[in-house]
Ligand binder design. Structure first.
Ligand code: SF4
Length: 466
C-alpha cells in the first residue's frame, strides 16, 4: 500500500510507468524484445482524459526507457524527456535505441475499455513486420493488472499463506480479540510471510525517510508549480512563518527543530496543513513521494505521522513510525479489497477519504486506542468523505488536490480523538459498512466525477481565473 514513486498520480503516472516496465519484461520473457523495431501506446478512458495533466505520457516514456520510478534521479527526468522530444529517439528498456515520436507514439483515445476506466494498450512492431499487443489496467495506488483474473489469482494465493488472512475489518477485530494482539502486531506477522524482519524494517525506513524528505523539500522550495495554472507553492511561505529560530541542516535535524517551536491550536492546524501541502506540491512537480495509498493523497499520512512525531510525542522513535505505517497499510488494504482506491472508479473519496481513514486508524493505535477504536477512527474518517468527487482543474493534481490533503489530515486527527472517547459497544456504523457504502457510492457516482476533469470544479472554474 505504501510505495516510493514519482508524482503526480499513482494511477495515471506510477501505474502506466509500471505497466511499461512489465510489458518490457514480458517481451524479454517471450524473446521478442531484441526484435522490436517500433512501439506505440494507446491510452483509454480516464488515463486519456486527464493523461496530459497527470503526466501519463511522460511516465509511459520513462517506463519504456527502462527507468524505475523508485530509483531514477529526479533531475534526470527532464533530460530524458527532452531527448525523446528533440531527437525522436527512445532507448527502449534502457538497451536499444528506437525511433519514437511522442505525438503519434502515444495516442489519447476517448473510448473506455470494459474492464477498468484506466486502460492502456502497448503495440510493438517487430523486424518481420508482425505486431504484438498487450493491454494493462492501472487500478489505483500504482497497482497494475493485465486482466481481472490477474488480481484475483494473486489475492487468493496470498490469502492462504498468511497466519491472519484479512479481507474485512471484522476479521481483523476477531484476530486481535482472540490472540490479544494489536493491529500492528497482526500486520507484522502477516508481513513476515512475505519478507524477513530486516527487510520489513528497511522498507519502512525507506518509506518514512522518503515521506520526511518530501515534506522537507516541499517546505523549502519556493515558486510556482508546473502545468500552466500558475499555482503558487504555499508550504514555503507557511513554513517561513512557523519555523522559529532553531538551525538545522537535514530533514532529521529539522524534525527536532520543529519540536522546539511553540504550538497552540492555530499553529497545530497550520503545521499539519503545511506538512500535507508540502508533499503534494512536491508530487505536483514530478518529485519523489510515497504513494499512500495514491499520489494525489500522498500528503495525508506523512502529515499526520509528522504531527505525532513533532507535536504529540516528542520522544517518538522509529518504533512508533513502524506501528503507524503497518496499521495504515492494513486499513488501506481492506478498503482496496472491499471497495477501491482508484479515483477513476470512486472519485476522491477513494483517495483522500481512504488516506484519511488510514491515518486516523494508525494515529489512534499510537495514541493508545484499542483495536476497536482504531477501526472506529478509520470509519469516522471514511464516513465523512463519502461522496467526495474527483474534479481536478486542468487535469492537474493541484486544485483541489493540494488543499484537500490538508483537510484529510485534519479530519484524520479529529477522527482519532473522537474514536478515543467512543465506547465500542455504542458504535452504530462498523468500518466494513463504511467501506461498503463507499463502494456503493462509487458505483452510483456519475463518471464526470471520476478523474475525468469533465465535471465539478474542473468545468466550473475558468482556468484564466487561476
Ligand atoms: S481531486 Fe482527489 S482524487 Fe482527484 S486527482 Fe485530486 S486528490 Fe486525486
Amino acid at each position: 500500500m505504501l510505495k516510493v514513486g514519482i508524482g503526480p498520480s499513482s494511477s495515471h503516472t506510477l501505474g502506466p510507468w509500471r505497466a511499461a516496465e512489465r510489458w518490457i519484461e514480458s517481451l524479454k520473457n517471450s524473446k521478442h524484445f531484441d526484435s522490436v523495431q517500433s512501439v506505440a501506446v494507446d491510452l483509454y478512458g480516464s488515463l486519456s482524459l486527464t493523461g496530459k495533466g497527470h503526466a501519463t505520457d511522460l511516465a509511459t516514456m520513462l517506463g519504456l526507457s527502462g527507468m524505475d520510478p523508485e530509483t531514477i534521479p529526479v533531475e534526470d527526468i527532464g533530460k530524458i524527456i527532452e531527448r525523446i522530444n528533440k531527437d525522436n529517439l527512445l532507448t527502449f528498456g534502457g538497451e536499444i535505441d528506437i525511433v519514437f515520436n511522442p505525438i503519434n507514439g502515444i495516442r489519447f483515445s476517448q473510448d473506455f475499455l470494459p474492464f477498468h476506466p484506466n486502460g492502456m494498450r502497448f503495440t510493438a512492431r517487430l523486424m518481420d513486420q508482425s505486431e504484438i499487443q498487450a493491454t494493462y489496467y492501472s487500478i489505483g495506488g500504482g497497482f497494475v493488472v493485465k486482466e481481472e483474473n490477474d488480481a484475483k489469482a494473486v489475492e487468493i494465493k496470498n490469502r492462504n499463506e498468511y497466519p491472519f488472512p484479512v479481507n474485512f475489518g471484522s476479521e481483523l477485530m476477531q484476530y486481535c480479540s482472540d490472540y490479544g494482539k494489536t493491529i500492528s502486531e497482526i500486520v507484522w506477522e502477516n508481513e513476515l510471510v512475505l519478507r524477513s524482519a530486516e527487510e520489513i524494517e528497511s522498507g519502512l525506513k525507506t518509506v518514512w525517510n522518503t515521506m520526511l524528505e518530501s515534506m522537507y523539500i516541499g517546505c523549502h522550495t519556493e515558486g510556482t508549480l508546473p502545468g500552466g495554472l500558475e499555482v503558487r507553492r504555499r508550504s514555503f511561505d507557511l513554513h517561513e512563518k512557523l519555523k522559529g529560530q532553531e538551525k538545522y541542516n537535514s530533514p532529521q535535524e529539522w524534525l527536532l527543530a520543529i519540536r522546539k517551536t511553540e504550538v497552540k491550536f492555530r499553529e497545530i492546524l497550520k503545521w499539519v496543513s503545511c506538512f500535507a501541502m508540502s508533499v503534494n506540491e512536491v508530487n505536483a512537480s514530478l518529485g519523489r513521494v510515497v504513494t499512500a495509498p495514491t499520489n494525489g493523497s500522498a500528503g495525508v499520512i506523512p502529515s499526520v505521522l509528522m504531527y505525532y512525531m513533532v507535536i504529540e510525542n516528542h520522544s517518538a522513535t522509529f518504533e512508533h513510525v513502524k506501528k503507524f505505517l503497518l496499521v495504515a497499510a492494513e486499513i488501506g488494504s481492506i478498503v482496496k479489497k472491499g471497495a477501491t482506491i482508484s479515483a477513476a472508479m470512486g472519485g476522491c473519496q477513494a483517495e483522500i477519504g481512504v488516506s484519511s481513514a488510514m491515518a486516523a486508524g494508525a494515529l489512534t493505535e499510537l495514541l493508545g486506542g484499542t483495536h476497536e477504536q482504531v477501526l472506529i477512527a478509520a470509519e469516522i474518517a471514511m464516513e465523512h468523505h463519502l461522496g467526495l468527487t474527483c474534479d481536478p482543474i486542468g487535469g492537474l493534481v493541484q486544485i483541489p488536490c493540494i488543499e484537500r490533503n490538508s483537510m484529510g489530515a485534519l479530519k484524520a486527527i479529529n477522527a482519532a480523538e473522537m474514536a478515543l472517547d467512543r465506547d465500542p459497544d455504542n458504535v452504530r456504523v462498523p468500518f466494513d459498512s463504511a467501506v461498503k457504502a463507499m463502494k456503493d457510492t462509487a458505483d452510483d457516482m456519475n463518471s464526470k466525477y471520476k478523474e475525468t476533469s469533465q465535471g465539478g470544479l474542473a468545468i466550473g472554474v475558468n482556468i484564466a481565473d487561476c
